[in-house]
Design a protein around this ligand. Structure first.
Ligand SMILES: NC(=O)C1=CN([C@@H]2O[C@H](COP(=O)(O)OP(=O)(O)OC[C@H]3O[C@@H](n4cnc5c(N)ncnc54)[C@H](OP(=O)(O)O)[C@@H]3O)[C@@H](O)[C@H]2O)C=CC1
Ligand SMILES: O=C([O-])CC(=O)C(=O)O
Length: 260
């Protein structure tokens, strides 16, 4: 298996450090190719067109823009793309370009479970009638820096109480919070879709970590799921589990017994 990675931030570096040398190529911004090559000793390229022949997996840990820029080219070359940037699919143009490239080239877009769980249960539950799914994302105030939460609440001052700075659909959440609501999109895509999944995003001074909660009702019964994830030291906005879920997906790719 020949694997490339896009993104050398908190998630990308964790993934590279925990996949036992399986990642041999870094796809980066063109201006960073030489510097990263010296720093890592790996093959570095500035475009998905230049990924070495034989690459069969590109791991995207870069965010929506990186997936939109490079995903279609990789998929059109028949390279599978495993992504954490799930919320990018809320943009209909990006979703169309990824879908068409995958259909043309035969690569598959693989969605990492990321910072959340219970997606397997939602996928099963939607086979029966799934009536409602809600997702609530709760992070300490610092976890919302650089997001539209700053237009609603002053994150530089101590918050006395929890503030819900967004309520709406998973599609709106994913489009407005590209660095914070990939989980909302994943819940929606596993369940009743981006427009019918109800989302609330909360800055909470008492939050013990990045808390994600799902409730669902349907023919299967009822589901409540809560996880409080630790933020990554390099980027408290991103939960460590998001990076771990990518490592798990890479490890399981070559396993003969694995979850379907
Ligand atoms: N599915 C899930 O559960 C989760 C998904 N995410 C998603 O993962 C993304 C990455 O998270 P994290 O690692 O913490 O973020 P970081 O900001 O730490 O790292 C992002 C990395 O991606 C690179 N990058 C961004 N855009 C491009 C581009 N257009 N071309 C090439 N490289 C690019 C950055 O490079 P540079 O420094 O040059 O900008 C940087 O190396 C988040 O933005 C979010 O969308 C995050 C958490 C959970
Ligand atoms: O890492 C998290 O806790 C969730 C996150 O940022 C996202 O969904 O984009």
């Amino acid at each position: 298996m020949s694997i490339a990675i896009l993104g050398t931030g908190a998630i990308g570096n964790y993934v590279r450090a925990n996949t036992g040398g399986k990642i041999t190529t870094i796809l980066t911004r063109p201006e960073r190719v030489s510097e990263l090559q010296v720093e890592t000793g790996l093959t570095c390229v500035g475009s998905a067109k230049d990924l070495p022949e034989g690459t069969n997996l590109l791991i995207d840990c870069s965010g929506h823009v990186g997936l939109a820029e490079h995903g279609p080219t990789a998929l059109a070359r028949g390279i599978d793309v495993l992504t954490v940037s799930v919320g990018a699919l809320a943009d209909e143009d990006i979703a169309k370009s990824l879908t068409e490239a995958a259909a043309k080239g035969g690569g598959a877009l693989l969605l990492a479970s990321g910072a959340i769980g219970a997606l397997d249960a939602l996928r099963g539950a939607r086979v029966g009638e799934l009536q409602s799914v809600t997702y609530t994302g709760r992070k300490p105030p610092a976890g919302w820096r650089g997001s539209p939460a700053e237009e609603v609440v002053d994150l530089s001052k101590p918050l006395g109480t929890a503030v819900a700075h967004f309520t709406g659909s998973a599609r709106q959440a994913a489009l407005q919070y590209p660095k914070n609501a990939n989980v909302a999109a994943a819940v929606a895509l596993a369940g009743i879709g981006l427009d019918d999944t109800t989302v609330a995003l909360i800055a909470d001074p008492d939050a013990k970590g990045n808390t994600h909660e799902i409730t669902a009702q349907g023919a299967f019964g009822e589901l409540t799921f809560t996880i409080t994830g630790k933020g990554m030291p390099e980027n408290p906005r991103s939960s460590a589990l998001a990076a771990m879920s990518v490592v798990a997906a890479v490890r399981e790719r070559s396993a003969t017994i694995r979850f379907a």
